[in-house]
Design a protein around this ligand. Structure first.
Ligand code: BJ8
Length: 427
Protein backbone atom coordinates (compact mmCIF):
# COMPACT_ATOMS: atom_id res chain seq x y z
CA UNK A 1 0.00 0.00 0.00
CA UNK A 2 1.34 3.40 -0.97
CA UNK A 3 0.43 5.28 2.22
CA UNK A 4 0.23 4.55 5.91
CA UNK A 5 -3.47 4.17 6.68
CA UNK A 6 -3.13 2.94 10.26
CA UNK A 7 -4.57 6.08 11.80
CA UNK A 8 -7.61 5.84 9.53
CA UNK A 9 -8.12 2.16 10.36
CA UNK A 10 -7.77 2.91 14.06
CA UNK A 11 -10.35 5.68 13.82
CA UNK A 12 -12.73 3.25 12.12
CA UNK A 13 -12.35 0.93 15.11
CA UNK A 14 -10.41 -1.86 13.39
CA UNK A 15 -8.27 -4.28 15.34
CA UNK A 16 -4.95 -3.32 13.79
CA UNK A 17 -3.10 -6.55 14.54
CA UNK A 18 -5.90 -8.74 13.23
CA UNK A 19 -6.28 -6.48 10.22
CA UNK A 20 -2.54 -6.71 9.48
CA UNK A 21 -2.83 -10.48 9.59
CA UNK A 22 -5.78 -10.41 7.17
CA UNK A 23 -4.00 -8.10 4.74
CA UNK A 24 -0.94 -10.34 4.86
CA UNK A 25 -2.98 -13.38 3.87
CA UNK A 26 -4.88 -11.43 1.21
CA UNK A 27 -1.72 -9.99 -0.32
CA UNK A 28 -0.09 -13.43 -0.45
CA UNK A 29 -3.12 -15.03 -2.04
CA UNK A 30 -3.38 -12.26 -4.61
CA UNK A 31 0.27 -12.65 -5.52
CA UNK A 32 0.02 -16.45 -5.88
CA UNK A 33 -3.33 -16.56 -7.65
CA UNK A 34 -3.60 -13.36 -9.67
CA UNK A 35 -0.16 -11.97 -10.30
CA UNK A 36 1.19 -15.41 -11.14
CA UNK A 37 -1.09 -15.65 -14.20
CA UNK A 38 0.56 -15.34 -17.60
CA UNK A 39 -0.26 -12.85 -20.34
CA UNK A 40 -2.92 -10.85 -18.53
CA UNK A 41 -4.54 -7.86 -20.23
CA UNK A 42 -2.68 -4.68 -19.37
CA UNK A 43 -5.95 -3.13 -18.21
CA UNK A 44 -5.94 -5.53 -15.25
CA UNK A 45 -3.22 -3.28 -13.83
CA UNK A 46 -6.02 -1.00 -12.66
CA UNK A 47 -7.66 -3.85 -10.75
CA UNK A 48 -4.32 -4.94 -9.30
CA UNK A 49 -3.82 -1.41 -8.02
CA UNK A 50 -7.36 -1.27 -6.69
CA UNK A 51 -6.94 -4.57 -4.88
CA UNK A 52 -3.62 -3.44 -3.40
CA UNK A 53 -5.51 -0.40 -2.07
CA UNK A 54 -8.84 -2.07 -1.36
CA UNK A 55 -8.52 -1.32 2.37
CA UNK A 56 -6.42 1.81 1.73
CA UNK A 57 -7.13 4.37 -0.93
CA UNK A 58 -10.72 3.21 -1.55
CA UNK A 59 -11.49 3.47 2.17
CA UNK A 60 -9.81 6.88 2.28
CA UNK A 61 -12.19 7.93 -0.50
CA UNK A 62 -15.18 6.71 1.50
CA UNK A 63 -13.91 8.44 4.65
CA UNK A 64 -13.49 11.66 2.63
CA UNK A 65 -17.00 11.29 1.25
CA UNK A 66 -18.30 10.91 4.79
CA UNK A 67 -16.38 13.99 5.90
CA UNK A 68 -18.11 15.95 3.16
CA UNK A 69 -21.50 14.78 4.44
CA UNK A 70 -22.17 11.88 2.06
CA UNK A 71 -23.46 8.67 3.61
CA UNK A 72 -22.27 5.12 2.99
CA UNK A 73 -24.72 2.23 2.73
CA UNK A 74 -23.47 -1.36 3.03
CA UNK A 75 -25.28 -4.32 1.51
CA UNK A 76 -25.10 -8.12 1.46
CA UNK A 77 -27.29 -8.77 -1.55
CA UNK A 78 -27.83 -7.73 -5.17
CA UNK A 79 -31.47 -6.99 -4.37
CA UNK A 80 -30.46 -3.77 -2.61
CA UNK A 81 -30.99 -1.19 -5.38
CA UNK A 82 -27.91 0.97 -5.90
CA UNK A 83 -30.06 3.34 -7.99
CA UNK A 84 -32.01 4.46 -4.91
CA UNK A 85 -28.87 4.84 -2.82
CA UNK A 86 -27.07 6.95 -5.43
CA UNK A 87 -30.16 9.06 -6.11
CA UNK A 88 -30.26 10.02 -2.43
CA UNK A 89 -26.64 11.15 -2.62
CA UNK A 90 -25.16 8.14 -0.85
CA UNK A 91 -22.65 5.45 -1.87
CA UNK A 92 -23.38 1.71 -1.87
CA UNK A 93 -20.68 -0.82 -0.99
CA UNK A 94 -20.83 -4.60 -0.89
CA UNK A 95 -20.17 -6.27 2.45
CA UNK A 96 -20.18 -9.99 1.60
CA UNK A 97 -16.92 -11.61 2.54
CA UNK A 98 -15.11 -14.54 1.04
CA UNK A 99 -12.68 -15.65 3.75
CA UNK A 100 -12.95 -17.34 7.14
CA UNK A 101 -12.06 -15.05 10.01
CA UNK A 102 -12.51 -15.18 13.81
CA UNK A 103 -14.39 -18.47 13.42
CA UNK A 104 -14.25 -19.31 17.13
CA UNK A 105 -16.08 -16.08 17.91
CA UNK A 106 -18.48 -16.63 15.04
CA UNK A 107 -19.47 -20.06 16.25
CA UNK A 108 -20.42 -18.57 19.61
CA UNK A 109 -23.25 -16.70 17.91
CA UNK A 110 -24.11 -18.78 14.82
CA UNK A 111 -24.60 -22.54 14.46
CA UNK A 112 -21.64 -24.39 12.95
CA UNK A 113 -23.79 -25.49 10.04
CA UNK A 114 -24.26 -21.97 8.69
CA UNK A 115 -22.91 -21.25 5.20
CA UNK A 116 -19.41 -19.79 4.89
CA UNK A 117 -20.68 -16.57 3.36
CA UNK A 118 -22.76 -15.66 6.40
CA UNK A 119 -20.12 -16.87 8.85
CA UNK A 120 -17.47 -14.89 7.05
CA UNK A 121 -19.51 -11.69 7.21
CA UNK A 122 -19.89 -12.19 10.96
CA UNK A 123 -16.19 -13.00 11.30
CA UNK A 124 -15.25 -9.71 9.64
CA UNK A 125 -17.51 -7.85 12.08
CA UNK A 126 -16.47 -9.74 15.20
CA UNK A 127 -12.79 -9.68 14.25
CA UNK A 128 -13.04 -5.91 13.50
CA UNK A 129 -11.23 -6.24 10.18
CA UNK A 130 -13.66 -4.81 7.61
CA UNK A 131 -13.27 -1.08 6.97
CA UNK A 132 -16.27 -1.13 4.59
CA UNK A 133 -18.57 -2.42 7.32
CA UNK A 134 -17.17 0.05 9.84
CA UNK A 135 -17.57 2.94 7.36
CA UNK A 136 -21.22 2.17 6.68
CA UNK A 137 -23.80 4.57 8.05
CA UNK A 138 -26.52 2.07 7.24
CA UNK A 139 -26.16 -1.71 6.86
CA UNK A 140 -28.89 -3.35 4.83
CA UNK A 141 -29.80 -6.93 5.55
CA UNK A 142 -32.42 -8.65 3.40
CA UNK A 143 -34.83 -11.46 4.08
CA UNK A 144 -33.63 -13.93 1.49
CA UNK A 145 -32.53 -17.38 2.66
CA UNK A 146 -33.35 -18.60 6.18
CA UNK A 147 -29.68 -18.41 7.19
CA UNK A 148 -29.43 -14.72 6.37
CA UNK A 149 -32.86 -13.88 7.77
CA UNK A 150 -32.08 -15.33 11.18
CA UNK A 151 -28.45 -14.17 11.16
CA UNK A 152 -29.59 -10.56 10.73
CA UNK A 153 -31.54 -10.88 13.97
CA UNK A 154 -28.22 -11.58 15.66
CA UNK A 155 -26.32 -9.00 13.60
CA UNK A 156 -28.81 -6.40 14.81
CA UNK A 157 -27.31 -6.87 18.28
CA UNK A 158 -23.77 -6.31 16.99
CA UNK A 159 -24.33 -3.14 14.96
CA UNK A 160 -26.54 -0.15 15.67
CA UNK A 161 -27.45 0.73 12.08
CA UNK A 162 -29.03 -2.39 10.60
CA UNK A 163 -31.96 -1.91 8.24
CA UNK A 164 -33.80 -5.07 7.21
CA UNK A 165 -35.46 -5.23 3.81
CA UNK A 166 -38.15 -7.81 3.25
CA UNK A 167 -38.09 -9.65 -0.07
CA UNK A 168 -40.60 -11.82 -1.90
CA UNK A 169 -39.95 -15.54 -2.34
CA UNK A 170 -42.45 -16.10 -5.16
CA UNK A 171 -42.55 -14.43 -8.58
CA UNK A 172 -46.22 -13.52 -8.38
CA UNK A 173 -48.16 -10.26 -8.61
CA UNK A 174 -48.15 -10.18 -4.80
CA UNK A 175 -44.42 -10.79 -4.81
CA UNK A 176 -43.84 -7.88 -7.13
CA UNK A 177 -46.10 -5.65 -5.03
CA UNK A 178 -44.07 -6.56 -1.95
CA UNK A 179 -40.82 -5.71 -3.71
CA UNK A 180 -42.23 -2.36 -4.77
CA UNK A 181 -43.49 -1.57 -1.28
CA UNK A 182 -40.09 -2.50 0.16
CA UNK A 183 -38.23 -0.34 -2.34
CA UNK A 184 -40.53 2.56 -1.49
CA UNK A 185 -39.87 2.03 2.22
CA UNK A 186 -36.13 1.81 1.49
CA UNK A 187 -36.28 5.06 -0.48
CA UNK A 188 -37.81 6.81 2.53
CA UNK A 189 -35.18 5.31 4.86
CA UNK A 190 -32.25 6.34 2.66
CA UNK A 191 -33.69 9.85 2.25
CA UNK A 192 -33.99 10.10 6.03
CA UNK A 193 -30.38 8.94 6.38
CA UNK A 194 -28.95 11.45 3.92
CA UNK A 195 -31.44 14.28 4.34
CA UNK A 196 -31.63 14.48 0.54
CA UNK A 197 -34.96 13.97 -1.20
CA UNK A 198 -34.76 11.80 -4.32
CA UNK A 199 -35.90 13.74 -7.37
CA UNK A 200 -36.82 12.54 -10.85
CA UNK A 201 -33.52 13.97 -12.09
CA UNK A 202 -31.37 12.35 -9.41
CA UNK A 203 -33.09 8.99 -9.91
CA UNK A 204 -32.70 9.16 -13.68
CA UNK A 205 -29.00 9.99 -13.32
CA UNK A 206 -28.54 7.12 -10.84
CA UNK A 207 -30.29 4.64 -13.16
CA UNK A 208 -27.96 5.71 -15.96
CA UNK A 209 -24.87 5.37 -13.76
CA UNK A 210 -25.75 1.86 -12.64
CA UNK A 211 -26.82 0.81 -16.14
CA UNK A 212 -23.46 2.02 -17.45
CA UNK A 213 -21.65 -0.14 -14.89
CA UNK A 214 -23.70 -3.16 -15.85
CA UNK A 215 -23.36 -2.47 -19.57
CA UNK A 216 -19.58 -2.43 -19.24
CA UNK A 217 -19.76 -5.87 -17.65
CA UNK A 218 -22.12 -7.06 -20.40
CA UNK A 219 -19.52 -5.96 -22.91
CA UNK A 220 -16.82 -7.84 -21.02
CA UNK A 221 -19.04 -10.93 -20.82
CA UNK A 222 -19.72 -10.86 -24.56
CA UNK A 223 -15.99 -10.76 -25.32
CA UNK A 224 -15.52 -13.92 -23.28
CA UNK A 225 -17.44 -15.79 -25.96
CA UNK A 226 -14.31 -15.73 -28.11
CA UNK A 227 -12.04 -18.75 -28.49
CA UNK A 228 -9.21 -18.45 -27.49
CA UNK A 229 -10.51 -16.73 -24.36
CA UNK A 230 -9.01 -13.23 -24.25
CA UNK A 231 -9.18 -13.00 -20.44
CA UNK A 232 -9.03 -15.57 -17.67
CA UNK A 233 -12.07 -16.42 -15.59
CA UNK A 234 -10.12 -15.29 -12.53
CA UNK A 235 -9.60 -11.81 -13.96
CA UNK A 236 -13.18 -11.53 -15.18
CA UNK A 237 -14.40 -12.64 -11.75
CA UNK A 238 -12.27 -9.94 -10.16
CA UNK A 239 -13.95 -7.27 -12.31
CA UNK A 240 -17.32 -8.64 -11.18
CA UNK A 241 -16.19 -8.55 -7.56
CA UNK A 242 -14.82 -5.01 -7.78
CA UNK A 243 -18.24 -3.94 -9.16
CA UNK A 244 -19.37 -3.91 -5.52
CA UNK A 245 -16.61 -1.67 -4.14
CA UNK A 246 -15.35 0.81 -6.66
CA UNK A 247 -16.46 4.29 -7.58
CA UNK A 248 -19.13 3.61 -10.25
CA UNK A 249 -17.91 5.96 -13.00
CA UNK A 250 -14.28 4.90 -12.59
CA UNK A 251 -15.29 1.25 -12.60
CA UNK A 252 -17.24 1.66 -15.84
CA UNK A 253 -14.34 3.43 -17.50
CA UNK A 254 -11.82 0.81 -16.37
CA UNK A 255 -13.91 -2.14 -17.56
CA UNK A 256 -14.53 -0.46 -20.92
CA UNK A 257 -10.81 0.12 -21.26
CA UNK A 258 -10.15 -3.59 -20.73
CA UNK A 259 -12.82 -4.36 -23.31
CA UNK A 260 -11.08 -2.14 -25.87
CA UNK A 261 -7.93 -4.12 -25.24
CA UNK A 262 -9.72 -7.47 -25.41
CA UNK A 263 -11.26 -6.57 -28.77
CA UNK A 264 -7.76 -6.14 -30.14
CA UNK A 265 -6.66 -9.40 -28.57
CA UNK A 266 -9.58 -11.22 -30.17
CA UNK A 267 -8.76 -9.72 -33.54
CA UNK A 268 -5.17 -10.91 -33.15
CA UNK A 269 -6.41 -14.33 -31.91
CA UNK A 270 -4.43 -13.75 -28.75
CA UNK A 271 -5.75 -15.73 -25.80
CA UNK A 272 -4.77 -16.34 -22.20
CA UNK A 273 -5.19 -20.04 -22.89
CA UNK A 274 -4.74 -21.89 -26.19
CA UNK A 275 -7.64 -22.23 -28.58
CA UNK A 276 -9.95 -25.18 -27.79
CA UNK A 277 -9.12 -25.13 -24.08
CA UNK A 278 -12.17 -26.66 -22.35
CA UNK A 279 -14.63 -23.91 -21.50
CA UNK A 280 -16.55 -23.88 -18.23
CA UNK A 281 -19.53 -21.92 -16.93
CA UNK A 282 -19.67 -21.76 -13.13
CA UNK A 283 -23.16 -21.59 -11.67
CA UNK A 284 -24.35 -21.20 -8.10
CA UNK A 285 -23.49 -19.31 -4.92
CA UNK A 286 -21.81 -15.92 -5.11
CA UNK A 287 -18.01 -15.82 -4.87
CA UNK A 288 -17.03 -12.76 -2.83
CA UNK A 289 -13.45 -11.44 -2.50
CA UNK A 290 -11.13 -13.27 -1.76
CA UNK A 291 -12.92 -16.50 -2.55
CA UNK A 292 -10.90 -17.49 -5.60
CA UNK A 293 -10.46 -21.16 -4.74
CA UNK A 294 -12.59 -22.76 -7.44
CA UNK A 295 -11.51 -20.60 -10.42
CA UNK A 296 -7.89 -21.03 -9.41
CA UNK A 297 -8.30 -24.81 -9.33
CA UNK A 298 -10.18 -24.89 -12.64
CA UNK A 299 -7.77 -22.62 -14.48
CA UNK A 300 -4.65 -24.39 -13.23
CA UNK A 301 -6.17 -27.73 -14.22
CA UNK A 302 -6.35 -26.97 -17.93
CA UNK A 303 -9.74 -25.29 -18.43
CA UNK A 304 -10.94 -21.71 -18.66
CA UNK A 305 -14.01 -20.20 -17.00
CA UNK A 306 -16.00 -18.22 -19.55
CA UNK A 307 -19.02 -17.15 -17.50
CA UNK A 308 -20.44 -17.00 -13.98
CA UNK A 309 -24.14 -17.68 -13.41
CA UNK A 310 -23.90 -16.03 -10.02
CA UNK A 311 -24.76 -12.86 -8.16
CA UNK A 312 -21.09 -11.96 -8.52
CA UNK A 313 -21.59 -12.38 -12.25
CA UNK A 314 -24.50 -12.46 -14.64
CA UNK A 315 -27.32 -13.15 -12.20
CA UNK A 316 -26.42 -9.93 -10.44
CA UNK A 317 -25.83 -7.74 -13.46
CA UNK A 318 -27.59 -9.21 -16.49
CA UNK A 319 -30.60 -6.90 -16.84
CA UNK A 320 -30.67 -3.13 -17.28
CA UNK A 321 -33.28 -0.77 -15.87
CA UNK A 322 -35.50 0.91 -18.43
CA UNK A 323 -34.31 4.52 -18.65
CA UNK A 324 -37.38 5.99 -20.33
CA UNK A 325 -39.43 6.87 -17.21
CA UNK A 326 -39.89 10.56 -16.42
CA UNK A 327 -41.51 10.45 -12.98
CA UNK A 328 -40.20 8.94 -9.77
CA UNK A 329 -43.13 6.52 -9.81
CA UNK A 330 -42.34 5.33 -13.37
CA UNK A 331 -38.69 4.92 -12.55
CA UNK A 332 -39.39 3.01 -9.34
CA UNK A 333 -41.59 0.67 -11.37
CA UNK A 334 -38.75 0.19 -13.85
CA UNK A 335 -36.34 -0.59 -10.99
CA UNK A 336 -38.78 -3.12 -9.55
CA UNK A 337 -39.18 -4.73 -13.01
CA UNK A 338 -35.41 -5.04 -13.32
CA UNK A 339 -34.71 -6.52 -9.91
CA UNK A 340 -37.73 -8.83 -9.99
CA UNK A 341 -35.99 -10.76 -12.76
CA UNK A 342 -33.06 -11.76 -10.52
CA UNK A 343 -33.36 -15.55 -10.34
CA UNK A 344 -31.92 -16.22 -6.89
CA UNK A 345 -32.52 -19.72 -5.54
CA UNK A 346 -34.57 -18.28 -2.67
CA UNK A 347 -37.46 -18.05 -5.16
CA UNK A 348 -39.87 -20.90 -5.50
CA UNK A 349 -40.33 -22.20 -8.09
CA UNK A 350 -37.31 -20.84 -9.94
CA UNK A 351 -37.35 -22.20 -13.51
CA UNK A 352 -35.78 -19.02 -14.89
CA UNK A 353 -32.45 -19.92 -13.34
CA UNK A 354 -32.18 -23.26 -15.14
CA UNK A 355 -33.18 -21.54 -18.38
CA UNK A 356 -30.47 -18.97 -17.80
CA UNK A 357 -27.80 -21.62 -17.13
CA UNK A 358 -28.73 -23.36 -20.40
CA UNK A 359 -28.68 -20.04 -22.22
CA UNK A 360 -25.24 -19.19 -20.84
CA UNK A 361 -23.80 -22.63 -21.63
CA UNK A 362 -24.90 -22.18 -25.25
CA UNK A 363 -23.89 -18.51 -25.58
CA UNK A 364 -20.40 -19.03 -24.17
CA UNK A 365 -19.94 -22.31 -26.03
CA UNK A 366 -19.27 -24.01 -22.71
CA UNK A 367 -18.05 -27.59 -22.70
CA UNK A 368 -19.36 -28.07 -19.20
CA UNK A 369 -20.98 -26.46 -16.17
CA UNK A 370 -19.63 -26.60 -12.64
CA UNK A 371 -22.36 -26.08 -10.08
CA UNK A 372 -20.82 -24.30 -7.12
CA UNK A 373 -22.66 -24.81 -3.84
CA UNK A 374 -21.49 -23.60 -0.48
CA UNK A 375 -21.84 -26.16 2.25
CA UNK A 376 -25.07 -25.62 4.25
CA UNK A 377 -26.55 -23.35 1.57
CA UNK A 378 -29.91 -25.01 1.23
CA UNK A 379 -31.33 -22.93 -1.65
CA UNK A 380 -28.45 -23.57 -4.06
CA UNK A 381 -27.67 -27.11 -2.93
CA UNK A 382 -31.31 -28.05 -3.37
CA UNK A 383 -31.36 -26.53 -6.86
CA UNK A 384 -28.07 -28.27 -7.72
CA UNK A 385 -29.79 -31.65 -8.05
CA UNK A 386 -32.44 -30.72 -10.65
CA UNK A 387 -29.92 -28.49 -12.47
CA UNK A 388 -27.42 -31.33 -12.75
CA UNK A 389 -30.11 -33.76 -13.85
CA UNK A 390 -31.50 -31.39 -16.49
CA UNK A 391 -28.10 -30.49 -17.92
CA UNK A 392 -26.95 -34.10 -18.06
CA UNK A 393 -30.14 -35.13 -19.84
CA UNK A 394 -29.26 -32.53 -22.47
CA UNK A 395 -25.72 -33.90 -22.67
CA UNK A 396 -24.15 -30.84 -21.10
CA UNK A 397 -21.52 -32.24 -18.73
CA UNK A 398 -22.10 -30.98 -15.20
CA UNK A 399 -20.04 -31.32 -12.06
CA UNK A 400 -21.71 -30.40 -8.81
CA UNK A 401 -19.46 -29.42 -5.96
CA UNK A 402 -20.13 -28.50 -2.37
CA UNK A 403 -17.39 -26.63 -0.60
CA UNK A 404 -16.54 -23.88 1.89
CA UNK A 405 -13.91 -21.17 2.25
CA UNK A 406 -11.24 -23.43 3.76
CA UNK A 407 -8.43 -25.01 1.78
CA UNK A 408 -8.92 -28.41 3.44
CA UNK A 409 -10.73 -29.83 0.41
CA UNK A 410 -8.56 -28.15 -2.25
CA UNK A 411 -6.76 -31.35 -3.25
CA UNK A 412 -9.97 -33.33 -3.43
CA UNK A 413 -11.62 -30.60 -5.50
CA UNK A 414 -8.63 -30.49 -7.80
CA UNK A 415 -8.91 -34.22 -8.40
CA UNK A 416 -12.61 -33.95 -9.20
CA UNK A 417 -12.13 -30.95 -11.48
CA UNK A 418 -9.27 -32.67 -13.31
CA UNK A 419 -11.39 -35.78 -13.84
CA UNK A 420 -14.22 -33.57 -15.14
CA UNK A 421 -11.90 -31.84 -17.60
CA UNK A 422 -10.58 -35.22 -18.74
CA UNK A 423 -14.18 -36.34 -19.31
CA UNK A 424 -14.78 -33.22 -21.43
CA UNK A 425 -11.56 -33.75 -23.35
CA UNK A 426 -12.53 -37.35 -24.05
CA UNK A 427 -15.83 -36.36 -25.67
S1 BJ8 B 1 -29.87 -12.61 -4.62
S2 BJ8 B 1 -27.77 -15.44 -4.07
S3 BJ8 B 1 -26.81 -12.16 -3.10
S4 BJ8 B 1 -29.45 -13.87 -1.39
S5 BJ8 B 1 -24.78 -18.86 0.16
S6 BJ8 B 1 -26.31 -16.58 2.37
S7 BJ8 B 1 -28.23 -18.12 -0.26
S8 BJ8 B 1 -27.14 -19.96 2.57
S9 BJ8 B 1 -25.97 -15.26 -0.94
FE1 BJ8 B 1 -27.42 -14.19 -2.26
FE2 BJ8 B 1 -28.98 -12.11 -2.67
FE3 BJ8 B 1 -29.73 -14.51 -3.50
FE4 BJ8 B 1 -27.79 -13.27 -4.70
FE5 BJ8 B 1 -27.98 -17.98 1.98
FE6 BJ8 B 1 -26.80 -19.69 0.36
FE7 BJ8 B 1 -25.42 -18.58 2.26
FE8 BJ8 B 1 -26.28 -17.14 0.20
Amino acid sequence: MSTDYREMWKNLGLDLDAHDALLGVLGGAYQDIYLAQADRPEGMGYFDFLMSEVHGLRIQELVDEKASGRKIVGSYCVFVPEEIVLAANATLVGLCSGADFAMEEVEKCLPRNTCALIKSSFGFKLGKVCPYLESADMIVGENTCDGKKKAYETLGGLVDNLYVMDLPQVKSANGKALLKAEYQRFKVAVEALTGAAITADSLKAAIRTVNAKRSALHRLAALRKADPAPISGLDALLANQVFFYDNPARFTESVNKICDELEKRIEAKQGVFPEKTPRIVVSGCPQAVPNWKLPFIVETAGAVIVGEESCVGERGTRNLTDESGETIEDMLDAIVERYFQVDCAIFTPNPERLAHIREMAAAYKADGVIHYGLQFCQPYLLEALPVEKALKSEEIPCLSIETDYGMGDAEQLKTRVEAFIEQINGQ
